[in-house]
Each structure stands twice: as C-alpha cells, then as structure tokens.
Design a protein around this ligand. Structure first.
Ligand code: UT7
Length: 331
C-alpha cells in the first residue's frame, strides 16, 4: 500500500429555502429575538419543506460539490454521511443518496458522531485515499435537526437548523496542500448531557416514549457549554503544538457552530484575531454535522480561504465527542 496525502479537491453545500426567524419562533414558544441573539448569536435558521429529508439535502450538496469539480457521480468510490438524523434507521442514507445520484460504483455508510461527525468522517474518508485503495471519496455532513427537536421546548428548539455540506477527497502529490493531522476524542460519560433517549433498541418507539417526548433532543446546555469551550481549546492547541505550530500561524479557524459565545470564549483562550475565525451561526444556527463544511464552503466562496492556507477545523458535541483537523487548503 502506498501512502499518499489526501486533500479536499471540491466543496459544495445545500440548505433548504425556508427561513425561520427568531421572531417566527417567538410566536410559538416563550422566547424573544433578543434572548436568542444575546445567548447564542443565532438570527435565523433554515428548515426543510414538508417531505424534504436528509437524502434530499445530501444529494443536492454533493451535486453542488461535484459541479465545482468536473468529477461525475459515476466516478465516486465511497460516500460517507455523518449524521444523527438519517432518513430512517436502515437502509443507510448513504445507500439512498447513492441511488439518487446514480453513483453506481460507490459503496457507503452513515457515521454517528453528532456534531463531531464531519471530522470523524473526514478522518475515515482520508484513510481510504491515503492507503491508495480509493481515489474519490465524498463526505457530506447533513442534519435535519428540526426532525428531532421538540417544538414546544424553548431551551432547544431555538438552537438548531437544517443543512448539508459536502467535500470531495482525492489524492495529491503536492506537499503544500492536504490533511496534516487528525486528533479525535470521545468520552462516553458525557452521553447523558446531550442525547435523544428513544427510537433505538434501548427505548423502542411506543405510545409511552412519544407521550414522554423521548424522541427529541434533551440537553443540559450549561454543562455542554462548559465542556465545549474547554475541549475545543485543548484539542486545537494540542494539534498545533504537535505539528510545531501556534494559533497565530492559522489563516482560518473553523469551529463547530453551536453558540457564538462558545466560539468567542474559545477564540479568546486561543488568542485568535477576529479575521482568523469562521462564523456563520447567525444565518444557519446549529446544523450539527453540517456546520463545519458549510462554514468551509462559505469561507472558500467569499475568498477568505486560499490555496496553501493553514486551517484548523474543531468540533465538540454529543457523546461527548470532539476533535480537530489540521490541513493546508488545496483549491
Ligand atoms: O452542538 C451541540 C452542542 N451543544 C452546545 O454546544 C450547546 C451548549 N449550550 C449553550 O449553547 C447554552 O447553554 C444555551 C444556549 C443552550 C443556553 O444558554 P444559557 O446561557 O446556558 O442559558 P440557561 O440554560 O442557563 O438558561 C438561562 C435562562 C433560564 O431561565 P431562569 O431559570 O434563569 O429563569 C432558562 O429557562 O434562560 C431561560 N431560557 C430561555 N429564555 C428565553 C432558556 N431558553 C430560553 C429561550 N428564550 N429560548
């Protein structure tokens, strides 16, 4: 097996057309635009249309990604979909998307890593490219969070949105671009602070689980907040340190977008300048596995990311799961 370097050779995104503002939500639950903006930085979120599901968003994000690449769906070797909101338990959303795209040669699977899912999937996909067994791997971080949030719970329903971001991974001989390092972590003792209790084998769907609202996201926000800042900071510093770098060297820091206060606290601890940080939570809220690829896509599209730039992606979420990826941007 050869050891090639993998890089992101194309990127695309898709968000549903429907916008839901904070004022819209204030008509449904006891909240306000002021509270949501002050506590989270969120202004609006996108929400799927009736009948629109994960595989629709994923397929559109991949189509946009491929349109920017010159690669056809038939050439894809592998599709990985990190998500906590698949179309259904099985078949995998990856299989449903393979069919929608006509990606006949591809195999694929879904990956459960919650808000860290995109980084876990990038690391997984990159291994297949780096060993030389696969040449074209698609990773699409997609979540339809509005399908699992309680519309009556103001503590969670204001935080999330729907969206998808896709990247194509390919091999490169260019030593100035591509993935440099992955640092991935999990601590299952944090599971109780952010979870959806029913719908799996532990609490199969029943009248009781529905009545008790167990098919929705339950979160201890303050605890999650505290760990998010601590671990996002640690994992960013560690990946930089072990590669002989410091935060000042970064062209762009792309954190998971869960709360603007988490991003700002982390950035302050890392002593990052504002122009080093990608932030778009105001427009999309927390789209779980999609926040990082969507931020990357927008940073690339608006010219903030240039070939050769040193970038850290960092995430924290349910599990607990967290991690960082160090790369040099390649397009
Ligand atoms: O991506 C997955 C990872 N998730 C996260 O990273 C989320 C981390 N946590 C957070 O972002 C924040 O903890 C939240 C945004 C969820 C909550 O912000 P907070 O500043 O920690 O507020 P809190 O939960 O301590 O609640 C403060 C008050 C409470 O009222 P009392 O008890 O002080 O009277 C809540 O009932 O705010 C109240 N509250 C609201 N008020 C208006 C909670 N949600 C709302 C709301 N509108 N939507």
């Amino acid at each position: 097996m050869q050891n090639t370097r993998a890089y992101i050779s194309a990127i695309g995104m898709y968000v549903p057309e429907k916008r839901v503002t904070n004022d819209d939500l204030a008509e449904l639950v006891n909240t306000s635009d002021e509270w949501i903006r002050e506590r989270t930085g969120i202004g609006e979120r996108r929400v799927v249309a009736d009948g629109e599901c994960n595989s629709d968003l994923s397929a559109k994000a991949i189509e946009n990604c491929l349109a920017n690449s010159g690669v056809s769906a038939e050439e894809i070797d592998l599709i990985i979909i990190p998500t906590v909101t698949p179309d259904m338990a099985f078949p995998s959303t990856a299989c449903l998307v393979q069919e929608k795209l006509g990606a006949k040669k591809a195999w694929g699977f879904d990956l459960s890593g919650a808000c860290s899912g995109f980084l876990f999937a990038l690391a997984t996909g990159a291994q297949f490219v780096q060993t030389g067994t696969h040449k074209k791997v698609v990773v699409v971080g997609t979540d339809v969070m509005t399908s699992i949030i309680d519309p009556q719970d103001r503590a969670t329903c204001v935080l999330f949105g729907d969206g998808a971001g896709a990247v194509l991974l390919e091999p490169t001989e260019d030593e100035g671009i591509g993935f440099l390092d992955f640092l991935l972590r999990a601590d299952g003792s944090g599971g109780k602070y952010l979870h959806m209790p029913a719908g799996g084998s532990k609490n199969p769907a029943s009248h009781e689980t529905v009545d008790k609202r167990m098919h929705y996201v339950h979160q201890d926000g303050r605890t999650v907040f505290k760990f998010a800042v601590k671990y996002l900071t640690e994992v960013t510093l560690e990946i930089l340190r072990r590669n002989g770098r410091v935060p000042e060297d970064l062209s762009l820091f792309v954190p998971h977008q869960a709360n603007l206060r988490i991003i700002k606290s982390t950035a302050a601890r890392l002593k990052l300048r504002e122009d080093q940080i990608a932030v778009n939570i105001e427009r999309y809220a927390n789209t779980t596995a999609a926040t990082i690829p969507i931020s990357l896509f927008e940073s690339y599209s608006n010219g903030r990311l240039k070939k050769g730039d040193l970038v850290v992606l960092a995430s924290f979420g349910a599990g607990f799961t967290w991690g960082s990826v160090l790369l040099r941007w390649g397009i």
